[in-house]
Ligand binder design. Structure first.
Ligand code: G3I
Ligand code: 9MR
Ligand code: ZN
Length: 578
């Protein structure tokens, strides 16, 4: 059946706008909700590409600006409805942030804010330290990782980091309100503007995970890799999951990630609560000291018979690099810079050792749950010190962004992904790329502002949309429905949004719809679960997807698939001047 794919949420008035057709047509029209033709144009044949499996035709309506609700028509075929408006992404932004609240573990939910998605306090018992004869530890709180109820330190640190770098790069994120309980701020440091009252919502929510991560740190500074039951719970509500909780071994990746994210958090929370910020810095330094005293990698493997998330990594270099960069940016101390240089050299050689390479592109722009050197480079960019490492970060981001733009030219969707990116969590591969493009766009607009004085050059640059911005818009379009599955990968956002995430509470609660704002893992050629294996074997990468609750390898959700979208949308809001 012929289809017209497009962003089912919609477009800002002055944004690029397009639909992709999987059939031949000469012309298309935009029809408003009263049934009147509002615009028409010619369809351009793009051709076949290796990721979508379609022979694509593109309908470009970037020249149509009028706010309203519409659909596209061509040869009698209609697209899903979409909107054009200045605030078209307001609901999306609120929803993607609020999901962290629904994922809270412990006794932090309030019926008033959680509404029909409320659950009773969960995972309140102390956790047994696996393989040690010590007292059980209170590690309550934080966010459930995903469709399962595990809480994992590296995954948690990375998700918080995406949110907090979002705040550092785009402080407009501080204005986003998403209806969660208010948290009183303390008093700010003497050398900072004192902001009394409440923490902005995004900081109140991030604090929930930071507080939990503090509990994951041992006296000696090291950090437990995860706290989970021994095996994944069946499909039950979180409060019914009362099996024994275990704190599994310490890892150097978890310790380094925590040092980094605490240092980053320090730079933000010191504006609101000096005492809390000092605690973060003290914890960051304690973790860092442990890393210095333990220079060999302490990797992680699941205990025999345990099947909860492993989050294994082949090395810990990128994590140590991130920790050094974040501490350098937060303190300005040269010794951290020198450590970052050392890790940078090691990372360079590691990057050449192809057998470990679980990522595409430049190692210095990696932003995943495992490879995190890109986060380190974001700290270097924030340090803005003109150093060699700063230049390396800048160059890496711009070069990687150029590579992504080249990719985007190769398919009718304008999607910057490569065939190899359609692995478990492919939507995160995309969102990491959109973060890279967002940072690159930011670097260029900053450079333009500085070079032009009074931002004049920046304004003249702004008139033509940069190729980075175009690739970001195309990526958001893909996520929200402009893909050959004809699905929006964000629940509650888009007429054909996916509805059946692999998410335990959603699977068994009595509520028809899932929480709005969840990002699906997305298409994955690996098809690593039983239900996914019922799909035909020769599907093109973009079509290796099924909206089924059983499909954990295609349709799960996680905190670190939502968090990069928050960063990317914060950049979109900034460019909209909001
Ligand atoms: O690194 C290889 C790469 O070299 C290879 O080319 C590519 C092709 O298969 O695979 C890459 O490895 C993938 C790896 O993720 C790297 O991202 C594996 O195939 C893939 O199986 C692995 O998936 C991870 C999955 O756990 C299984 O370990 C996901 O990234 C990760 O997000 C997911 O995390 C789970 C937690 O364990 C438990 N909680 C839910 C969460 C989300 O599903
Ligand atoms: O629900 C689990 C999901 O969160 C994980 O990503 C996935 C891989 O670790 O495992 C899922 O749990 C499955 C378990 O591994 C095997 N039995 C079926 C479970 C899902 O129903
Ligand atoms: Zn819980």
């Amino acid at each position: 059946m012929s289809k017209i794919f497009l962003n089912q949420v919609g477009f800002q008035p002055d944004s690029a706008k397009k639909a992709v057709l999987d059939f031949e047509a000469d012309e298309f029209k935009i029809v408003d909700d009263a049934g009147n033709e509002a615009f028409n144009g010619r369809v351009i044949h793009f051709g076949k590409d290796e990721i979508s499996g379609e022979d694509t035709y593109v309908a470009d309506f970037g020249g149509f600006y009028k706010a309203g609700r519409y659909h596209v028509e061509a040869n009698g075929v209609s697209s899903p409805n979409f909107e054009i408006s200045e605030n078209v992404y307001d609901k999306l932004m609120k929803d993607i942030c609020k999901c962290f609240y629904y994922l809270r573990c412990g006794d932090a939910l309030d019926r008033k804010y959680a509404g029909e998605f409320y659950h009773e306090p969960c995972h309140m018992s102390k956790a047994t330290v696996y393989g040690e004869d010590t007292d059980p530890v209170d590690v309550t709180g934080g966010w459930h990782d995903a469709g399962d109820y595990g809480r994992y330190s590296t995954a948690g640190a990375v998700a918080v980091a995406h949110l907090l770098y979002g705040v550092r790069f785009f402080d407009n994120l501080l204005n986003v309100e998403f209806d969660i309980p208010k948290v009183q701020a303390g008093s700010a440091s003497a050398d900072n503007t004192s902001i009394s009252g409440y923490l902005p919502d995004i900081l109140a929510e991030a604090k929930v995970e930071l507080d939990f991560l503090m509990k994951m740190q041992r006296e000696n500074g090291s950090v437990w890799h995860k706290v989970t039951t021994f095996c994944h719970a069946p499909f039950i509500m979180p409060e019914e999951d009362t099996s024994e909780l275990f704190l599994f071994n310490v890892s150097s990746m978890a310790t380094a990630d925590i040092a980094a994210v605490f240092a980053l958090a320090y730079t933000i929370y010191r504006n609101y609560d000096a005492e809390y910020a000092d605690k973060l810095m003290d914890r960051a330094k304690r973790a860092y000291k442990w890393l210095q005293d333990n220079p060999e990698p302490l990797l992680f493997k699941n205990a025999e018979g345990s099947n909860t998330g492993e989050y294994g990594e082949a090395e810990d270099i990128s994590n140590r690099f991130w920790a050094a960069c974040a501490l350098y940016e937060a303190t300005g101390e040269k010794s951290y810079y020198q450590d970052a240089e050392t890790q940078k050299e090691r990372l360079g050689s590691f990057d050449k050792a192809a057998e470990f390479k679980g990522y595409q592109g430049d190692v210095f722009t990696c932003l995943g749950w495992a490879e995190v050197a890109g986060l380190g480079c974001m700290s270097l960019l924030l340090s803005d010190d003109g150093s060699e490492l700063f230049e390396l970060a800048k160059k890496s981001y711009l070069q990687e962004a150029d590579r992504l733009c080249d990719n985007a030219d190769k398919n009718g969707f304008g999607l910057c992904m490569d065939k190899k990116d359609f692995i478990w969590g492919s939507n995160m591969e995309l969102l990491k790329y959109l973060m890279v493009l967002t940072v690159a766009e930011h670097i260029n607009s900053e450079t333009a502002t500085n070079a032009g004085g009074n931002g004049k050059l920046a304004k003249s640059v702004k008139k033509t949309r940069s190729k980075y911005e175009s690739a970001i818009i195309a990526g958001i379009d893909y996520l929200l429905g402009c893909n050959s599955m004809d699905v929006s990968y964000v629940t509650g956002n888009g007429e054909k949004a996916f509805k059946n995430p692999h998410l335990r509470p959603t699977a068994i609660d009595d509520v028809e719809q899932p929480w709005p704002g969840l990002v699906s893992g997305g298409p994955n050629v690996g098809l690593q679960d039983e239900r996914a294996q019922t799909l035909p074997k020769d599907l093109p990468p973009m079509k290796c997807y099924l909206d089924h609750i059983d499909c954990y390898s295609l349709n799960e959700i996680t905190i670190y698939w939502n968090s990069p979208l928050v960063f990317v949308m914060a950049g979109v809001f900034r460019r909209m001047g909001r």
